[in-house]
Ligand binder design. Structure first.
Ligand SMILES: Nc1ncnc2c1ncn2[C@@H]1O[C@H](COP(=O)(O)OP(=O)(O)OP(=O)(O)O)[C@@H](O)[C@H]1O
Length: 588
């Protein structure tokens, strides 16, 4: 235990020093400081970890108001009174003692016993000292006995102040009180500090929030991530908890994903919210190739209305269908060529659903590797933090057989699940027929189906889409294109667009960057078409009616010839290594 004594006057320091060694088990520092100075010393001592302060009179009372640790007062003993009374007993001047509480009672008893005339006055508060002294002065009193404050004012008024000093007995008693106190107080204090130490050293971050979104407690770990939590997130989470009594979601921080769980706590007749954030697991959630987490939650209600418009009838039906599916909870399979807008549709369906306050996990089944897959769907994978959200399985037709089995096993578990929206570019029925895709998995993933038409079949939508992209690139590149000439639009409508909207976006970007006038005209479009034709030359002398192996060989031979039969250059251009090239040429 660390005891610090604050002596309001030097003499007391000396007494404490000499008594200290007589009291066993006490370790103590002694400082000098009267009133405000004493408070300053006490606060410093508290900050350095003192357990108990010992002081005296007005200084002790002032310290107790300013520190949270206990203050033991060196009381005025009968001996102290006797000593000072003995000193003034024979003086002819009118004497009074002014003090707090039972000092005055003891003073009366002792003055009676020694037959000394002294008036005794109790005061309740310090502000009463000066009026009382003035009154005594008016009544002819000249000697005033009291503590530091009283004596200080008495002297200021021109009276004789006599300080009630504390002798060895009083100091001894105070030190013994401190030792007794230690036995009760320190273990209790440590017990109280234990939960705090535990929470501060916990690897999880804890935040306690009241209903007004005021954070009333955060442990040490939570300090590190305080920037990751904003008021609108808090608002959303509290709303979630209030409606569903449960909250499990993901929090993005410094490109890491942290699992977040929320629950209610009852405390002192009110309900508080505890947010528990699993920081130590961030190693378990390193960036995963093929996984994208989109936090779609937003306070902006317009976001949910951002459905795109279409003039093409098939596309109109697609959008109408998607809108109805949005409100359902069954899984959806979207089929369409590359770049037709499947992901965009999936994210709109998520945003419009009542799962929108949770993230949309986008898993690219073509890119994801088995490690990454396990981190998402494994035993304590990321998926378990997003059971209330949506998972978009991009290119589900490209999912490896092993991962298909694992996904099916997950789907068959009797647990709450996120909503799955999947997309495919291949016809799934064909994939099942050729045993490339599990039929059972297909069934669970596709109770609802959407088929997006390719762009070339959406002639009516070109005008809107091109205008949309003109606007986008004007904004991005500071151009001032006002529109597209009908003949140029017609040219666009005739192209095959194998990469669909993705390709149109790229094309429009290039046209907008080269267009000279305010309107995109035919020459602008042709310019870009020619540029593309040069980049991707059409190989004319390829035997398209032959087998794939023969077509491949024809291409290899053509490139080989163009590269003057240089093996290295040919292999580099074809993106294969030299031994493969050599083998393929040898096999001919
Ligand atoms: N109606 C639309 N209006 C504007 N942009 C669109 C529209 N539909 C799709 N896009 C844009 O076209 C691009 C391709 O869309 P998206 O990525 O959704 O296609 P996808 O079919 O999922 O592609 P993939 O086959 O590669 O998975 C994106 O940049 C998307 O924002």
């Amino acid at each position: 235990m660390k005891v610090v004594a604050i002596a309001p006057y030097n003499g007391l320091k000396e007494v404490i020093q000499s008594v200290k060694n007589k009291v066993n088990h006490i370790e103590m520092d002694i400082e000098i400081g009267d009133l405000e100075e004493g408070v300053k010393r006490a606060k410093e001592a508290e900050a350095k970890g003192a357990d108990i302060i010992i002081s005296r009179g007005g200084t002790a009372r002032l310290i107790q108001k300013n520190v949270k640790i206990p203050v033991i007062e060196i009381e005025v003993s009968a001996y102290d009174l006797l000593r000072v009374f003995t000193l003034i007993k024979d003086s002819a001047e009118k004497k009074a003692i002014v003090g707090f509480g039972n000092v005055i009672e003891s003073a009366k008893t002792i003055s009676n016993l020694i037959d000394m005339e002294i008036s005794a006055y109790t005061i309740e508060q310090e502000k009463d000292v000066v009026p009382k002294l003035k009154e005594l002065q008016r009544n002819g009193y000249q000697i005033i006995v009291g503590d530091t404050i009283t004596v200080h004012y008495a002297e200021a008024l021109g009276l004789n102040g006599l300080l009630l000093t504390s002798g060895r007995e009083s100091v001894h008693k105070a030190l013994e009180d401190a030792v007794k106190f230690e036995k009760i107080y320190v273990p209790k204090k440590n017990k109280q500090l234990l939960p705090k130490a535990l929470l501060d050293q916990h690897r999880k971050a804890f935040l306690i929030i009241d209903r007004d979104r005021e954070i009333i407690y955060r442990n040490k770990q939570a300090q590190y991530i305080k920037d990751a939590i904003n008021d609108s997130d808090l608002k959303r989470w509290i709303h979630e908890l209030t409606t569903h009594k449960e909250l499990k979601t993901l929090l993005e921080y410094n490109d890491e994903l942290l699992g977040l769980e929320g629950y209610f706590l009852s405390f002192d007749h009110s309900e508080l919210i505890c947010l528990e954030i699993t920081i130590e697991d961030k190693q378990a959630f390193p960036p995963i190739n093929g996984l994208k987490i989109i936090n779609t939650a937003s306070d902006n209600p317009l976001q949910t209305l951002n459905w795109f418009t279409a003039n093409n009838n098939i596309m109109k039906d697609v959008i109408a269908k998607a809108k109805t599916f949005t409100l359902k909870d069954e899984n959806v399979l979207i089929h369409g060529e590359v770049g037709t807008g499947k992901e965009r549709l999936a994210s709109l369906m998520h945003i419009g659903s009542n799962r929108s306050s949770y993230p949309l996990l986008v898993v690219d089944c073509e890119v994801i590797e088995s490690d990454g897959w396990n981190q998402i769907f494994g035993d304590s994978g990321i998926i378990f933090n997003n059971l209330s959200g949506t998972v978009y399985l991009k290119k589900i037709d490209k999912l490896s057989p092993d991962n298909q089995k694992q996904l099916l096993a997950f789907m068959e578990r009797d647990i709450p699940k996120p909503r799955f929206i999947s997309s495919s570019t291949e016809t799934m029925e064909q994939q099942i027929e050729t045993e490339k895709f599990l039929y059972e998995l297909y069934l669970v993933l596709s109770p609802l189906k959407i088929q997006i038409p390719p762009l070339r079949e959406r002639e009516e939508d070109f005008e809107t889409l091109t205008k949309l992209f003109i606007n986008k690139f004007n904004y991005e590149y500071g151009r001032e294109i006002a529109g597209i000439r009908p003949a140029a639009l017609e040219l666009l409508q005739k192209k095959a667009w194998f990469q669909n909207i993705d390709e149109l976006i790229q094309f429009m970007k290039e046209v907008i960057l080269i267009a000279k006038g305010p309107f995109i005209n035919v020459e602008d479009v042709q310019n870009i078409e020619e540029k593309h034709a040069l980049k991707f030359p059409v190989i004319t002398d390829i035997p398209m009616d032959k087998s794939l192996k023969e077509i491949e060989l024809a291409i290899i031979k053509k490139v080989f010839k163009e590269e003057n039969e240089n093996h290295s250059q040919t292999a580099k251009r074809l993106g294969i290594n030299r031994s493969t090239l050599w083998r393929k040429l040898k096999d001919k």
